[in-house]
Design a protein around this ligand. Sequence first.
Ligand code: GUN
Ligand code: ZN
Length: 445
Amino acid sequence: MSTVASNVYDKVAIRGRLLDIQQSVKQAAEIAQNLRYFEDGLLLIEHGIIQWCGAWQDGQAQLSAEFHVEHYPEQLIVPGFLDSHIHFPQTEMVGAYGEQLLTWLEQYTFPTEMKFSDRDYADKIAAFFIEELLRNGTTTALVFASVHPQSVDALFSAAQRYQMRIIAGKVMMDRHAPEALCDSAESAYRDSKALIEKWHGKGRNLYAITPRFAPTSSPEQLQVAGRLKAEYPDVYVHTHLSENHNEIQWVKELFPEHKNYLDVYHHYALTGSRSVFAHCVHLQDAEWQCLHDTDSAIAFCPSSNLFLGSGLFPLQKTWQHQVKVAVGTDIGAGTRFSQLHSLDQAYKVLQLQGYKLSALEALYHITLGAAKALDLDHCLGNFAVGKEADFVVLDLQATALQALRQQHSRGIEDALFALMIMGDDRNVQATYVLGQKVYDKAATA
Ligand code: GUN
Ligand code: ZN
């Protein structure tokens, strides 16, 4: 087991190089003005909540003997990463060869997800999955389980062991999939409702109504998804949108009366400020406008979009249309759990479109901007007083090549850029959830 759960300390003080983004922004250029960096900083935490953040010099007088103090003189400490789109039952099938979306689903994904009818198997993979997220510095994720309600129980139970904030839901899917993976409109409604009652708002768990995508839900099922959202307005909606050209054509054929792909979800009242649409690679202008008007969010999954050959996501349009966006790994179409790796892939996706993704913008899309996209910026995303103390301690020199590169870095932004281009789980020294160390690389070496 790679993850360690340490003792619980009521009061924790973290000294080190602290970096966060203080305010959410309307344009990428504004991020730099909102950057906060303490070369020698101090974070004071009580019962998992940030009480104070500032320079060590200004804060050290507040330290009493009650504090458990940890000092990281070399490492960089940033808010825990958020992953806005990931499939836990696909953990074991990363790197499935040769196919694009629809055949990839048929040949690899559906057979794998069938295994999750077995609760013991789901428990085993859920434990691995949660530990892998923490090992990669990801402290919050929006997660697809499988169609089986017990897969959601397995996931939330595993997350709860670390008091980790997870948003997840049972897949709803009643057509165009193997029979063993299909529910019905009625059973999806009943099972999702029971899971919402059981898990939503319990500890740090949050529920997401999760129709897989329009092709695998009948109109009746999309209708009950909308009914659930109306009955429980503060649960999330999580699905896929406009990832692949064949998929988009299929939606057109299945729902000819709708203006476009997003209009299907919008018609069933599935858009909104807690709705997250994965991919959105090939949107029409009217769909951008609808995402903006409904305050819906996009999960940009560059590793997956490249792996499945889906296309190049135009990130610049999220700023133009003022649409919320966060980066996701989309395991198992994405190929790494590391959000640093996702940023490396994102940089290259945007290079191909003539857009320069700065290190600060990249960091924003996996911390504060992601928290905003997931409607969690009131409690996550930076070191503001009152927020939950989820953070990651990063070693910028985890390999010989990284060490050489960092010796030549030109300031903190360049150091961060080199980290995101060259970094991954090897750079995660420790991960903290609610102020408690839940992963320590040194303890597992
Ligand atoms: N669209 C529908 N289901 C899936 C899935 O499991 N992965 C991806 N990447 N796209 C999907
Ligand atoms: Zn996905």
